[in-house]
Design a protein around this ligand. Structure first.
Ligand code: AMP
Length: 214
C-alpha cells in the first residue's frame, strides 16, 4: 500500500497514519516527525529547519525531497508507506512522482482529510505529543487512557508543539491554503484523490478512511 494523506494541520492525518501503520504493516512517513528528530539531534539540517518550523513556514522543496528520498530507501518502506505531511507543494508532488517512477512504486491513492477551519483551531489548541514515544493525543477527545504507560513503563510525558500556538497556527493554515491546497486539483486530475469527512470520532474517521482506500 502506497498512500498519501493530505489535509490542513490538525485535520488528523498524523493520528490516523499512526493507527493505520499497524493495521496495514507499512510505516507512517511523517516529514514533520523526521524534521523534529533532526531538530532534537541538533544536526545542521535540524538547526536550519527549527527556525523555519517555529515560524510556521515550509522547509524548502529541495531539502524535503532529499529527506523523503533517503527515508523511502530504508528497508521498512519496501512493502509500502503512508506519507503524512508530504508532499506539501506542487514542486514536491512532481519530485515525488519522479522518485516513485524511478523506484517503480507509484502511489495507489491520495486521501484528502476534509474539515472545517473552526474545528482545526480547537484541535490544534488541545493537541499534545508524548516527548518520549511521539504519540499524538488530544486533551479532550483523545487523552491517554487511565493508567496507560509509555514504551518505558512510565506515564506519557505530554508536551505542546512549539508551532501549535495561536499565531503560528494561523500562519500555518494560510500556508496550507496557499501552497498545499493546489494539490487537491493536481491529484484529482490524476484520478488519485479520495475525499473523506475528517470530523468525527477517531473510530468514525478510521472507518471512512478504510472505505475510501478499499
Ligand atoms: P507537521 O508535523 O506535518 O505539521 O510539520 C511541521 C512543520 O515541519 C511544518 O509546519 C513545516 O515547517 C515542516 N514540514 C513538514 N513537512 C514539510 C514538507 N513536506 N515541506 C515543507 N515543510 C515541511
Amino acid at each position: 500500500m502506497r498512500l498519501v494523506l493530505v489535509g490542513a494541520p490538525g485535520s488528523g492525518k498524523g493520528t490516523q497514519a499512526q493507527r493505520m501503520q499497524a493495521r496495514h504493516g507499512v510505516p507512517q512517513v511523517s516529514t514533520g516527525d523526521l524534521l523534529r528528530e533532526a531538530v532534537a539531534a541538533g544536526t545542521e539540517l535540524g538547526r536550519a529547519a527549527k527556525t523555519v518550523m517555529d515560524a510556521g513556514h515550509l522547509v524548502d522543496d529541495r531539502t524535503m525531497l532529499g529527506i523523503i528520498r533517503e527515508r523511502l530507501a530504508r528497508p521498512d518502506a519496501k512493502p509500502g508507506f503512508i506519507l503524512d505531511g508530504f508532499p506539501r507543494t506542487i514542486v514536491q508532488a512532481d519530485g515525488l512522482e519522479a522518485l516513485l517512477a524511478e523506484i517503480g512504486q507509484p502511489i495507489d491513492a491520495v486521501v484528502l482529510f476534509d474539515i472545517d477551519p473552526g474545528v482545526l483551531e480547537r484541535r490544534l489548541a488541545g493537541r499534545r505529543t508524548c516527548k518520549r514515544c511521539g504519540r499524538v493525543f488530544h486533551v479532550e477527545s483523545n487523552p491517554p487512557r487511565p493508567g496507560e504507560t509509555c514504551t518505558d513503563g512510565k506515564p506519557h510525558d505530554l508536551v505542546q508543539r512549539p508551532d501549535d500556538n495561536e499565531e503560528t497556527v494561523r500562519l500555518r493554515l494560510a500556508v496550507y491554503r496557499e501552497r498545499t491546497q493546489p494539490l487537491i486539483d493536481y491529484y484529482a486530475k490524476k484520478n488519485l484523490l479520495r475525499r473523506i469527512d475528517a470530523d468525527g470520532s477517531l473510530e468514525d474517521v478510521d472507518a471512512r478512511l478504510e472505505r475510501a482506500i478499499s
